[in-house]
Design a protein around this ligand. Structure first.
Ligand code: PLP
Length: 324
C-alpha cells in the first residue's frame, strides 16, 4: 500500500540545510592514509561524532522544532529516548526558545540523565518494566499540548538527518559508495535522498548490527519486519523495526543493508582512537565497520562513511579499547 502522504524530497533536505545553517556544525570530513592503505579504497569520513551534542541527531531534532508554528513551539515538545535523540531534542528546543520534556527510563545511566537535564529539559523518569514510554509521552502531549517528536519516523527528522550526507557530497564531490549506520532508518533514508539528488551513481548501504538485522530482513521480504530487542553494543541501533516513512525510501533507493558484529565495531572504535585520534561510539562505527568489511568490492574507488556519533560511557570505552 503506498503511503498516504508524499515522502520527503531533496527540496525538504535543502530547506532543512538552510534552517540548520549557523546552528549545526558543518562537521569535518577526515581522511586517513592508513585506512586507505589498509582497504585499497579512498575513504572519506564524515565526522558527526563532532556534531553539537555529539551526534547527527541534532540535525533532525532542530529541523523538526524549527518547523513548528509559534504556538506549538511555545507549548513545547516531548520525546522518549534514553540516547542521543533525548539530548538532541533538549538542545534544539533550548536553542529555538522552546521547552522539552523527555521521557527516560528511571534506570538510565546517570550521565545521560544529567546531560539531558544540562540542556534544560524536564526529565520524566518511568519504570521500564511496568510502564509504556509511548503512552506516557502521548499523555503528556495531550495534557500539556506538547508536540511529540519521534526519533526517526518523521519527515522533518528525515530531512534534517539528510543534511549530513548532503554536506559530505558538497565537500568532496560524488562518491562510488556510501556506508551509513542504520537503526530506525532516519539517517539512512535521508542520506539516500541526498545521494539520489547530488551523487546519483553512488551505491548507498545501510549497516546494522548482526544481532538486529531487521532492516536486512525487511528489504528481503519487501515489508517492515519487527524483531526482538537486539543484544549489541550498538545501543543507538537497538530499534526493533524500520519506520513507515523511512522504509519506503530505503526500499526504493538503498543498494543493500549489510551487518557487522560487535567485534568489528570494537576494531573500528580502536582504529579511530589509535590512528585518527577521534572518539566514535559503537553505533557510530557501524558504517565504518561495514566499509572495512566490504573493501574488496571498492578497490581504487571513492567511499564515504558516516561516523554518526561519539557519545560513549568512558569507562566502557576504555575497557573496549583495552580489549577487556
Ligand atoms: C540514532 C543513531 C543511529 C541510528 O539512526 P536512525 O536514524 O535511527 O537509523 C546511528 N548512530 C547514532 C550515533 C545514533 O545516535
Amino acid at each position: 500500500m503506498p503511503p498516504a502522504l508524499p515522502l520527503p524530497t531533496i527540496d525538504d533536505v535543502r530547506a532543512a540545510a538552510a534552517r540548520l545553517r549557523g546552528h549545526a556544525h558543518r562537521t569535518s570530513v577526515l581522511r586517513s592514509a592508513t585506512a586507505d592503505a589498509r582497504t585499497g579504497a579512498s575513504l572519506f569520513f564524515k565526522c558527526e561524532n563532532l556534531q553539537r551534542m555529539g551526534a547527527f541527531k541534532f540535525r533532525g531534532a532542530f529541523n523538526a522544532i524549527a518547523k513548528l508554528d509559534p504556538a506549538q513551539r511555545r507549548a513545547g515538545v516531548v520525546a522518549f529516548s534514553s540516547g542521543n535523540h533525548a539530548q538532541a531534542i533538549a538542545l534544539a528546543a533550548r536553542e529555538l526558545g522552546s521547552t522539552a520534556v523527555i521521557v527516560m527510563p528511571a534506570d538510565a545511566p546517570a550521565a545521560k540523565l544529567a546531560a539531558t537535564r544540562g540542556y534544560d529539559a524536564e526529565v520524566i523518569p518511568y519504570d521500564r518494566l511496568r510502564e509504556s514510554r509511548e503512552a506516557i509521552a502521548q499523555r503528556l502531549a495531550d495534557e500539556r499540548g506538547l508536540t511529540l517528536i519521534p526519533p526517526f519516523d518523521h519527515d522533518d527528522v528525515i530531512a534534517g538527518q539528510a543534511t549530513a550526507a548532503l554536506e559530505l557530497f558538497e565537500d568532496v564531490g560524488e562518491l562510488d559508495a556510501l556506508f551509513v549506520p542504520l537503526g530506525g532508518g532516519g539517517l539512512l533514508s535521508g542520506s539516500l535522498l541526498a545521494a539520489e539528488a547530488v551523487s546519483p551513481l553512488c551505491a548507498v548501504f545501510g549497516v546494522e548490527p548482526a544481532a538486529g538485522d531487521d532492516g536486512r530482513q525487511s528489504l528481503r521480504r519487501g515489508e517492515i519486519v519487527t524483531i526482538g530487542i537486539p543484544d549489541t553494543i550498538a545501543d543507538g541501533a537497538m530499534t526493533r523495526h524500520l519506520g513507515e516513512r523511512t522504509f519506503p525510501i530505503i526500499r526504493r533507493l538503498a543498494r543493500d543493508v549489510v551487518t557487522v558484529d560487535d567485534a568489528q565495531l570494537v576494531d573500528a572504535m580502536r582504529f579511530f582512537a589509535e590512528r585518527m585520534k577521534i572518539v566514535v561510539e559503537p553505533t557510530g562505527c557501524l558504517g565504518a565497520a561495514g566499509a572495512f568489511a566490504a573493501a574488496n568490492d571498492w578497490q581504487g574507488r571513492r567511499v564515504g562513511v558516516i561516523l554518526s556519533g561519539g557519545n560513549v560511557d568512558l569507562a566502557r570505552y576504555a575497557a573496549w579499547l583495552a580489549g577487556a
